[in-house]
Ligand binder design. Structure first.
Ligand SMILES: [Zn+2]
Length: 393
């Protein structure tokens, strides 16, 4: 398609600074670069022990703003203290393979439709996790895919991950405006109001308001599939960065011992699962890119506390992607929502999450889509022996 004649041509720019002192900082900087107005541009980041450099395309007049933001990102990462257990640098800027699966159809950026047999494989992955959930006494919950927008403020998602928010609008509740909207062409449809809803960006956050002010008799153990959405920019997406995706979670809310025991079970389970599947993956301490003033210290806290572990899988092309995470929240949600455990203390929580589309990508890249090639664990419906720990109930 020809570009609009008024558009100024892009030129190549280079921005560089001294190297960061450690791999975690390089990794944190890479994560921030797309948000320096580069999400829709071609850019390359070289952040290693010898240099920090961003080479990018920008039109005349845009480069100053991009470089102002790159400087902010650079300084924010520099202020961060080195972590005790640095997260590994991501696999770099290698271009990722576009989904080549025959039975995947792309509806829009990051929106995929799965036909058989891919859809069946995703269901088999989900069922494998559900069996594990049942074995630890978790029962199935069903949740909506929208949340009240204020919940995202309450759980501090909006202040930590503003880049991912997708907020809903509705046509004004007004006959004139409804008629105008119905008549209007696409460009004319400006009369939209904030509907007060957001697409759920994560699964388990929906459960905590349900428990608000409650005293639990014993641990709450549940499992759910969250239909989640995160804005990942308007460009064609890498397979691990879908706009709409499914997240199967197992969640435990209870005493500190119950939450910590579940987290230990989760790490053991993930390790055992990787051994059984015989596919390349490893458990790593993880951090997310944070925004706002508290950003750097939150990221450091998250790494040092070891509260989030990811199962970092390697696909058949050598690209790494996080397919699961085990999260220990401590008292975070218990104190936010006034939830008490069976002993009257502030409840603790933990969750184990599986990105179903990511799992599908990882497995099909190695095994193909046809059931004959699926790992034994998925084909036969074998029950996985879950490691037992003392704190149950
Ligand atoms: Zn969760």
């Amino acid at each position: 398609m020809a570009e609009a004649p008024t558009e100024k041509p892009s030129t190549r720019h280079t921005w560089s600074r001294d190297p960061f002192p450690h791999a975690a900082a390089q990794s944190a900087f890479r994560a921030l670069v797309p948000y320096c107005r580069l999400g829709e541009s071609n850019f390359e980041v070289s952040a290693d022990d010898t240099m920090t450099r961003v080479v990018y395309d920008a039109r005349a007049g845009e480069a100053d703003e991009i470089e102002r933001l790159l400087q902010i990102a650079y300084e924010r990462v520099l202020r961060e203290k080195p972590a005790a257990d640095p997260a590994p640098a991501p696999s770099g800027d290698r271009s990722r393979r576009a989904a080549r699966r025959e039975s995947t159809w792309t509806l829009g950026p990051g929106l995929q439709v799965f036909e058989p047999p891919a859809a069946a494989l995703m269901a088999a992955i989900d069922q494998m996790i559900v069996r594990v959930a049942r074995e630890i006494g978790a029962t199935e919950y069903a949740t909506p895919h929208l949340v009240p927008a204020e919940l995202l403020d309450r759980v501090k998602y909006a202040s930590s991950f503003p880049q991912h928010l997708l907020l809903c609008h509705s046509v004004a509740y007004d006959l004139d405006e409804l008629d105008a909207f119905a008549r209007g062409g696409r460009s004319d449809r400006g009369q939209l109001r904030n509907a007060g809803f957001a697409l759920a960006p994560a699964a388990c956050m929906i459960l905590y308001p349900m428990l608000e002010g409650r005293s639990l008799d014993g641990a709450l153990r549940c499992t759910l599939v969250g239909h989640c959405a995160r804005f990942e920019g308007p460009r064609p997406h890498a397979p691990e960065r879908l706009t709409a995706f499914r997240m199967r979670e197992i969640v435990v809310v209870g005493t500190r011992a119950q939450a910590e025991a579940f987290r230990a079970q989760s790490l053991e389970f993930l390790t055992g699962l990787v051994d059984a599947l015989k596919l390349p993956a490893r458990l790593v301490a993880a951090t997310d890119p944070f925004f706002g003033r508290a950003g750097a210290s939150l990221a450091t806290l998250q790494r040092n506390m070891g509260v989030k572990h990811e199962l970092e899988a390697t696909d058949a092309d050598g690209n790494t992607l996080a397919v699961s995470s085990a999260n220990l929240h401590g008292e975070r949600f218990g104190s936010m929502f006034g939830i008490r455990d069976e002993e009257g203390n502030v409840a603790h929580s933990a969750c184990l999450a599986f990105g179903l589309e990511r799992w599908l990508h990882w497995l099909t890249s190695h095994c193909g889509e046809e059931p004959a090639g699926w790992p034994e664990l998925l084909r036969t419906g074998l029950s996985w022996p879950v490691p037992q720990t003392e704190a149950t109930g």
